[in-house]
Design a protein around this ligand. Structure first.
Ligand SMILES: C[S@@+](CC[C@H](N)C(=O)[O-])C[C@H]1O[C@@H](n2cnc3c(N)ncnc32)[C@H](O)[C@@H]1O
Length: 272
């Protein structure tokens, strides 16, 4: 039997304009597409009737991984999908854990490849200008698989080290207190005026962005479709933009003026 292949496909934050050509091609050549039903709906317009679709509910990540691996091992071309980047808080984790647990030899295992994508933090940052132009970190506030003690330690460390922080999985109906605690931990090291953004459903039709400050962050308005971005001590807001300066010196007027009028040829011949 021909060896099957499994492609882990990142769908990006939602809007299909952010789906990479590599992801499109992986979807187009799959016989079987497996993933959370909502994400299959998102890419429905790109799929063909003869492709086999396997929508699976939330909370079945382990079974889904195993199913995808077994189908590929049987010889099928399988695409396993996740939103954003599949390697960030998504299906690549459980998939490779399952692969490890199966202990297949290289001859038994299907070919596996991972297609990267635009993560929610990148899409949110793009909407805001340059909030992650300097060191930043992502922290998931979901304590479903990670203890709150460990999450709190990471938030404290990020706060003390002055990282810009992107909070994934910030709040859900059951997990309603974690974001408030995380904000309080950040406030130990950071000014109440630190610029913050709640970016909901970025690139989707119901996208909504709220610019606020750490102290004024209204936790009750945040849900699981949101990403919360908190600036560092240098982050500043200008109109609808957030900027975390990296330290570039602004060129004096005369010099920037002459560069603005230079021809491409002149710029190429000048040392930068
Ligand atoms: C299970 S994680 C998946 C992350 C995804 N793999 C990524 O790279 O963006 C789900 C969390 O990602 C964030 N998220 C995913 N898509 C988003 C979007 N379009 N807008 C805002 N946040 C999003 C939210 O914090 C959500 O609770």
């Amino acid at each position: 039997m021909a060896k099957g292949r499994l492609t882990l496909v990142s769908l990006g934050p939602g809007g299909l304009e952010h789906l990479t050509p590599a992801a499109r091609s992986a979807l187009a050549t799959a016989e079987v597409v497996i993933g959370y039903g909502v994400y299959l709906d998102l890419i429905a317009s790109l799929l063909r009737p003869e492709q086999r679709l396997l929508p699976r509910p939330l909370g079945t990540e382990v079974q889904r991984s195993r199913e995808a691996l077994l189908l590929a091992a049987e010889g099928h071309a399988v695409a396993l999908i996740s939103s954003g980047d599949i390697g960030m808080y998504a299906m690549a984790g459980p998939l490779f854990e399952q692969l490890d647990a199966l202990g297949w030899s290289p001859a038994e295992a299907p070919e596996i490849s991972v297609v990267p994508g635009v993560s929610a933090v990148q899409a949110a940052a793009a909407r805001l200008g340059a909030p992650i132009a300097h060191d930043f970190c992502c922290i998931s506030l979901s304590d479903r698989l990670t203890s709150w003690e460990l999450i709190a330690r990471r938030v404290e460390a990020a706060a003390a080290a002055d990282f810009v922080v992107a909070f994934y999985n910030p709040r859900s109906v059951e997990r309603h207190w974690q974001l408030g605690r995380a904000r309080d931990l950040l406030l130990v090291h950071r000014s109440p005026e630190t610029p913050d953004a709640v970016v909901r459903a970025v690139t989707r039709p119901d996208e909504h962005i709220t610019l606020t400050t750490l102290a004024a962050l209204d936790v009750s308005k945040v849900d699981m479709f949101s990403l919360v971005l908190v600036g560092n001590s240098q982050t500043r807001r200008s109109d609808r933009w957030l900027l975390t300066p990296r330290g570039y010196r602004v060129a004096p007027d005369a010099e920037s003026g002459s560069q603005a009028h230079a021809t491409v040829g002149e710029l190429r011949s000048k040392p930068q």
